[in-house]
Design a protein around this ligand. Structure first.
Ligand code: C5P
Length: 243
Protein backbone atom coordinates (compact mmCIF):
# COMPACT_ATOMS: atom_id res chain seq x y z
CA UNK A 1 0.00 0.00 0.00
CA UNK A 2 1.26 3.47 -0.97
CA UNK A 3 0.15 6.66 0.74
CA UNK A 4 0.86 10.30 -0.03
CA UNK A 5 2.85 12.18 2.65
CA UNK A 6 -0.33 13.93 3.75
CA UNK A 7 -2.28 10.67 3.99
CA UNK A 8 0.58 9.04 5.89
CA UNK A 9 0.76 11.92 8.39
CA UNK A 10 -3.01 11.70 8.86
CA UNK A 11 -2.68 8.03 9.85
CA UNK A 12 -0.35 8.85 12.76
CA UNK A 13 -1.88 9.81 16.10
CA UNK A 14 0.80 11.35 18.31
CA UNK A 15 0.14 10.41 21.95
CA UNK A 16 0.57 13.60 23.98
CA UNK A 17 1.24 11.79 27.26
CA UNK A 18 2.37 14.81 29.27
CA UNK A 19 1.58 16.07 32.78
CA UNK A 20 0.78 19.66 31.80
CA UNK A 21 -0.18 21.92 28.92
CA UNK A 22 3.24 23.60 28.66
CA UNK A 23 5.19 20.42 27.96
CA UNK A 24 2.54 19.12 25.54
CA UNK A 25 2.53 22.51 23.82
CA UNK A 26 6.31 22.37 23.33
CA UNK A 27 6.00 19.03 21.53
CA UNK A 28 3.10 20.28 19.40
CA UNK A 29 5.17 23.34 18.44
CA UNK A 30 8.06 21.11 17.36
CA UNK A 31 5.72 19.27 14.95
CA UNK A 32 4.17 22.46 13.52
CA UNK A 33 2.91 22.05 9.97
CA UNK A 34 2.80 18.23 9.90
CA UNK A 35 -0.88 17.20 9.48
CA UNK A 36 -0.85 14.37 12.03
CA UNK A 37 -3.58 13.57 14.58
CA UNK A 38 -2.99 14.57 18.20
CA UNK A 39 -4.12 12.14 20.91
CA UNK A 40 -5.04 13.64 24.26
CA UNK A 41 -5.34 11.04 27.00
CA UNK A 42 -6.42 11.21 30.61
CA UNK A 43 -3.11 12.44 32.04
CA UNK A 44 -3.08 15.59 29.92
CA UNK A 45 -6.85 16.13 29.83
CA UNK A 46 -7.26 15.95 33.60
CA UNK A 47 -4.43 18.49 33.96
CA UNK A 48 -4.98 20.83 31.03
CA UNK A 49 -8.71 20.37 30.35
CA UNK A 50 -10.99 21.27 27.47
CA UNK A 51 -9.07 24.49 26.79
CA UNK A 52 -6.08 22.52 25.61
CA UNK A 53 -8.25 20.50 23.21
CA UNK A 54 -9.82 23.71 21.92
CA UNK A 55 -6.31 25.09 21.30
CA UNK A 56 -5.37 22.06 19.20
CA UNK A 57 -8.57 22.40 17.18
CA UNK A 58 -7.92 26.12 16.67
CA UNK A 59 -4.49 25.21 15.25
CA UNK A 60 -6.19 22.90 12.74
CA UNK A 61 -5.27 19.53 14.25
CA UNK A 62 -7.47 16.48 14.23
CA UNK A 63 -7.87 15.31 17.81
CA UNK A 64 -8.48 11.89 19.33
CA UNK A 65 -9.74 12.35 22.91
CA UNK A 66 -8.76 9.08 24.58
CA UNK A 67 -10.78 9.12 27.81
CA UNK A 68 -12.10 5.54 27.60
CA UNK A 69 -15.50 6.19 29.15
CA UNK A 70 -17.10 3.31 31.07
CA UNK A 71 -20.14 4.11 33.23
CA UNK A 72 -23.92 3.72 33.26
CA UNK A 73 -25.52 4.60 29.90
CA UNK A 74 -27.03 7.90 31.04
CA UNK A 75 -23.69 9.16 32.33
CA UNK A 76 -21.82 8.10 29.19
CA UNK A 77 -24.49 9.78 27.07
CA UNK A 78 -23.83 13.04 28.93
CA UNK A 79 -20.07 12.59 28.59
CA UNK A 80 -20.36 11.94 24.86
CA UNK A 81 -22.54 15.02 24.51
CA UNK A 82 -19.95 17.23 26.21
CA UNK A 83 -17.06 15.68 24.25
CA UNK A 84 -18.86 16.24 20.93
CA UNK A 85 -19.26 19.91 21.82
CA UNK A 86 -15.45 20.14 22.14
CA UNK A 87 -15.26 19.43 18.41
CA UNK A 88 -12.99 16.38 18.68
CA UNK A 89 -12.68 14.02 15.71
CA UNK A 90 -12.44 10.70 17.56
CA UNK A 91 -13.30 9.57 21.11
CA UNK A 92 -13.76 6.25 22.83
CA UNK A 93 -15.72 4.18 25.33
CA UNK A 94 -15.08 0.70 26.75
CA UNK A 95 -16.89 -2.07 24.88
CA UNK A 96 -17.12 -3.82 28.27
CA UNK A 97 -19.78 -1.24 29.19
CA UNK A 98 -22.14 -3.19 26.92
CA UNK A 99 -24.27 -2.35 23.90
CA UNK A 100 -26.74 -0.08 25.70
CA UNK A 101 -23.86 2.04 27.01
CA UNK A 102 -22.31 2.26 23.55
CA UNK A 103 -25.69 3.20 22.00
CA UNK A 104 -26.09 5.86 24.69
CA UNK A 105 -22.74 7.36 23.64
CA UNK A 106 -24.08 7.68 20.09
CA UNK A 107 -27.27 9.30 21.40
CA UNK A 108 -25.15 11.84 23.26
CA UNK A 109 -23.37 12.66 20.01
CA UNK A 110 -26.67 13.04 18.12
CA UNK A 111 -28.11 15.39 20.73
CA UNK A 112 -25.02 17.60 20.57
CA UNK A 113 -25.18 17.70 16.75
CA UNK A 114 -28.88 18.56 16.82
CA UNK A 115 -28.12 21.48 19.11
CA UNK A 116 -25.32 22.84 16.92
CA UNK A 117 -25.19 21.84 13.26
CA UNK A 118 -21.74 23.41 12.84
CA UNK A 119 -20.19 20.63 14.97
CA UNK A 120 -18.43 17.81 13.22
CA UNK A 121 -19.58 14.23 13.83
CA UNK A 122 -16.89 12.43 15.82
CA UNK A 123 -15.91 8.85 15.11
CA UNK A 124 -16.84 6.87 18.23
CA UNK A 125 -14.68 3.83 18.84
CA UNK A 126 -14.52 1.15 21.50
CA UNK A 127 -11.68 -0.10 23.63
CA UNK A 128 -11.76 -3.89 23.32
CA UNK A 129 -9.35 -5.63 25.68
CA UNK A 130 -6.49 -3.46 26.88
CA UNK A 131 -3.21 -4.62 25.37
CA UNK A 132 -1.80 -4.78 28.91
CA UNK A 133 -4.20 -7.67 29.70
CA UNK A 134 -2.49 -11.04 29.57
CA UNK A 135 -4.26 -14.34 29.00
CA UNK A 136 -3.87 -15.18 32.72
CA UNK A 137 -5.35 -11.83 33.86
CA UNK A 138 -8.26 -12.20 31.41
CA UNK A 139 -9.11 -15.71 32.59
CA UNK A 140 -8.24 -15.60 36.29
CA UNK A 141 -8.76 -11.98 37.38
CA UNK A 142 -11.39 -10.59 35.01
CA UNK A 143 -13.11 -13.98 34.67
CA UNK A 144 -13.47 -14.05 30.89
CA UNK A 145 -12.66 -17.46 29.40
CA UNK A 146 -10.92 -18.14 26.10
CA UNK A 147 -8.08 -16.30 24.42
CA UNK A 148 -7.44 -12.55 24.39
CA UNK A 149 -8.03 -12.58 20.61
CA UNK A 150 -11.47 -14.20 21.13
CA UNK A 151 -12.41 -11.52 23.67
CA UNK A 152 -11.18 -8.75 21.35
CA UNK A 153 -13.20 -10.03 18.40
CA UNK A 154 -16.33 -10.48 20.54
CA UNK A 155 -16.03 -6.91 21.84
CA UNK A 156 -15.40 -5.63 18.30
CA UNK A 157 -18.57 -7.35 17.03
CA UNK A 158 -20.56 -5.90 19.93
CA UNK A 159 -19.23 -2.40 19.16
CA UNK A 160 -20.00 -2.84 15.46
CA UNK A 161 -23.55 -4.03 16.19
CA UNK A 162 -24.08 -1.06 18.53
CA UNK A 163 -23.20 1.25 15.61
CA UNK A 164 -19.73 2.38 16.64
CA UNK A 165 -17.20 3.15 13.94
CA UNK A 166 -14.22 1.11 15.09
CA UNK A 167 -12.04 -0.15 17.90
CA UNK A 168 -8.68 0.32 19.55
CA UNK A 169 -6.71 -2.91 19.28
CA UNK A 170 -3.30 -4.44 18.89
CA UNK A 171 -2.01 -4.43 15.28
CA UNK A 172 -1.89 -8.25 15.62
CA UNK A 173 -5.70 -8.28 15.82
CA UNK A 174 -6.51 -6.00 12.89
CA UNK A 175 -7.10 -8.75 10.34
CA UNK A 176 -9.38 -10.73 12.68
CA UNK A 177 -11.39 -7.58 13.42
CA UNK A 178 -11.71 -6.60 9.76
CA UNK A 179 -12.80 -10.16 8.92
CA UNK A 180 -15.48 -10.04 11.64
CA UNK A 181 -16.74 -6.47 11.19
CA UNK A 182 -15.84 -5.44 7.63
CA UNK A 183 -13.04 -3.36 6.18
CA UNK A 184 -14.73 -0.01 6.78
CA UNK A 185 -14.81 -0.68 10.55
CA UNK A 186 -11.83 1.35 11.73
CA UNK A 187 -8.90 0.02 13.71
CA UNK A 188 -6.68 2.25 15.81
CA UNK A 189 -3.53 0.53 16.99
CA UNK A 190 -0.99 1.41 19.67
CA UNK A 191 2.07 -0.80 20.22
CA UNK A 192 3.92 0.68 17.24
CA UNK A 193 7.70 0.86 17.24
CA UNK A 194 9.86 1.88 14.27
CA UNK A 195 12.75 -0.55 13.70
CA UNK A 196 15.46 0.09 16.29
CA UNK A 197 13.23 2.15 18.63
CA UNK A 198 13.08 1.49 22.37
CA UNK A 199 10.25 -0.98 23.08
CA UNK A 200 9.49 0.44 26.56
CA UNK A 201 6.58 -1.34 28.28
CA UNK A 202 4.85 -2.41 25.04
CA UNK A 203 5.06 -6.10 24.26
CA UNK A 204 3.52 -7.29 20.99
CA UNK A 205 4.84 -4.54 18.74
CA UNK A 206 4.87 -3.88 14.99
CA UNK A 207 6.68 -1.30 12.88
CA UNK A 208 4.54 1.43 11.25
CA UNK A 209 4.97 -0.26 7.86
CA UNK A 210 3.94 -3.69 9.20
CA UNK A 211 0.88 -2.19 10.92
CA UNK A 212 -0.14 -0.47 7.69
CA UNK A 213 0.24 -3.76 5.80
CA UNK A 214 -2.07 -5.42 8.36
CA UNK A 215 -4.73 -2.87 7.38
CA UNK A 216 -4.60 -0.62 10.44
CA UNK A 217 -6.35 2.71 9.84
CA UNK A 218 -4.62 4.86 12.46
CA UNK A 219 -1.53 4.18 14.53
CA UNK A 220 -1.06 5.67 17.99
CA UNK A 221 2.59 6.48 18.56
CA UNK A 222 3.90 8.08 21.72
CA UNK A 223 7.42 7.71 23.06
CA UNK A 224 9.14 6.91 19.74
CA UNK A 225 8.23 10.53 18.88
CA UNK A 226 7.85 12.32 22.23
CA UNK A 227 11.01 10.86 23.81
CA UNK A 228 13.15 11.21 20.67
CA UNK A 229 16.08 13.65 20.70
CA UNK A 230 14.44 15.24 17.65
CA UNK A 231 10.68 14.54 17.68
CA UNK A 232 10.08 16.20 14.33
CA UNK A 233 12.71 14.07 12.64
CA UNK A 234 11.28 10.95 14.35
CA UNK A 235 7.79 11.71 12.98
CA UNK A 236 9.18 12.53 9.54
CA UNK A 237 10.97 9.21 9.35
CA UNK A 238 7.80 7.32 10.41
CA UNK A 239 5.91 9.13 7.62
CA UNK A 240 8.76 8.22 5.24
CA UNK A 241 8.21 4.56 6.15
CA UNK A 242 4.52 4.80 5.19
CA UNK A 243 4.75 6.54 1.80
O1 C5P B 1 4.55 5.65 24.04
P1 C5P B 1 3.71 4.64 23.34
O2 C5P B 1 3.89 4.63 21.83
O3 C5P B 1 3.82 3.25 23.94
O4 C5P B 1 2.23 5.16 23.60
C1 C5P B 1 1.09 4.41 23.27
C2 C5P B 1 -0.14 5.20 23.60
O5 C5P B 1 -1.27 4.37 23.30
C3 C5P B 1 -0.29 5.61 25.06
O6 C5P B 1 -0.96 6.87 25.07
C4 C5P B 1 -1.17 4.55 25.65
O7 C5P B 1 -1.97 5.04 26.69
C5 C5P B 1 -2.06 4.19 24.46
N1 C5P B 1 -2.63 2.86 24.50
C6 C5P B 1 -1.85 1.70 24.55
N2 C5P B 1 -2.46 0.48 24.57
C7 C5P B 1 -3.79 0.39 24.58
C8 C5P B 1 -4.59 1.53 24.53
C9 C5P B 1 -3.96 2.77 24.49
O8 C5P B 1 -0.63 1.78 24.53
N3 C5P B 1 -4.37 -0.81 24.57
Amino acid sequence: MKLSREEAAGRVMVALDYPDAASAEALVNSLEGIPCFMKVGMQLFYAAGPGFVAGLKARGYKVFLDLKMHDIPNTVKGGANSITKLGVDVFNVHAAGGSSMMSAALEGVEEALQGDSSLNRPLVIAVTQLTSTSQAVLNEEIGIGGSVADAVVRYARLAHEAGLGGVVASPQEVQLIKAACGTSFRTITPGIRPAGADIGDQSRIMTPRQALEQGTDYMVIGRPITAAANPRQALESIIEELV
